[in-house]
Design a binder for this molecule. Structure first.
Ligand code: MG
Length: 304
């Protein structure tokens, strides 16, 4: 049986396990997104956006059930440094947090007096700040939220200080910022732009921004161009390789931007994260299903 991955560069071979296979763990969603691994709960959460629910995989017995429904059309998730789930809500057009008492609390919903568009993906910085993208996909139609006219003139990336509530637009040169993550040392911020959905001439790229001494992103540059689709969500491993969703594949890029390999997936990939006790199991949300494959790489950060 041939390996379930394609090597473009020898650096990819050692990141993969030749006899590992792609597992289909669950199917039955409409557009699944936003996976987050919860180490202490040995569980994975992800969104089934059009069905307005959050699903949960129990890693101990492989069972899958509904975690929250309705949920306000969650999209992206992450964990903060205290292990609390942070969610992007299309419906509420806000970032919310599941506190340890089991109550969801909104962290931010407005820029000044204007509502956010529809927060899409989110990551937590080790300084406690929460960074998220705010494209319009959750208000473009009634499919993934509630259709509405944007109140903001642009789609930006924001940094939220949840302690003070201070919200700052930190990346403002994109059409539809979507996935994002930090490099393992947090000196780089990667952001994908899926603006091609609204402007055919727009390049589907991941851009990379150096984080300056002031903690803000500097001038960005193109890190990778999608070979045949869009980059949606992505994550870094501990060596700084970028594992990115792209059409019907996970495409992996070395820190220098070289496309070193791909993992074909039977459906269109939306997002991914590393999980398992060693963060060496790549969980992939793709269209209607949840997939996973063990790899010889480990997710960056304590949550992977
Ligand atoms: Mg996304």
């Amino acid at each position: 049986m041939s390996a379930p991955f394609i090597v473009h560069d020898p650096r990819f071979s050692r990141l993969m396990i030749g006899h590992a296979r792609l597992d289909t763990l669950w199917t039955g969603g409409r557009w699944v997104e936003g996976p987050v691994y919860m180490p202490a709960a040995k569980s994975l959460l992800w969104s089934d956006i059009p069905n307005d629910r959050v699903m949960r995989l129990d890693e101990c017995d492989g069972s899958v059930g509904v975690f929250e429904a309705p949920c306000g059309f969650h999209n992206g998730h992450t964990l903060d440094a205290q292990g609390r789930v942070i969610a992007c809500e299309h419906g509420g057009r806000q970032i919310s947090r599941l506190d340890h008492d089991g109550v969801w609390r909104a962290l931010v919903s407005h820029v000044g007096d204007k509502r956010l568009n529809s927060p899409n993906d989110v990551v937590a910085h080790s300084d406690g700040s929460i960074w998220f993208t705010d494209p319009t996909y959750g208000i473009d139609s009634h499919y993934e939220g509630h259709q509405a006219t944007p109140e903001l003139a642009s789609c930006d990336v924001y940094r939220l200080d949840p302690e003070s509530g201070a919200l700052t637009a930190v990346v403002t040169d994109m059409l539809r910022p979507n996935g994002l993550c930090f490099s393992p040392d947090e000196r780089l911020l990667y952001v994908s732009d899926t603006g091609k959905t609204h402007d055919e001439s727009h390049d589907p790229v991941i851009r990379v921004y150096p984080i300056g001494a002031d903690g803000r992103p500097g001038e960005g540059r193109t890190f990778a161009r999608s070979p045949n689709g869009f980059f949606d969500g992505f994550r870094c491993d501990r060596e700084g390789n970028v594992w990115a969703s792209n059409a019907n594949a996970v495409c992996v890029y070395a820190p220098d931007g070289t496309h070193i390999g791909s993992i074909p997936i039977p459906e269109m990939v939306a997002n991914l994260c590393f999980g398992g006790p060693r963060r060496n199991r790549l969980y992939i949300t793709a269209q209607t299903s949840l997939y996973a494959i063990y790899v010889n790489a480990h997710g960056a950060g304590w949550t992977g």
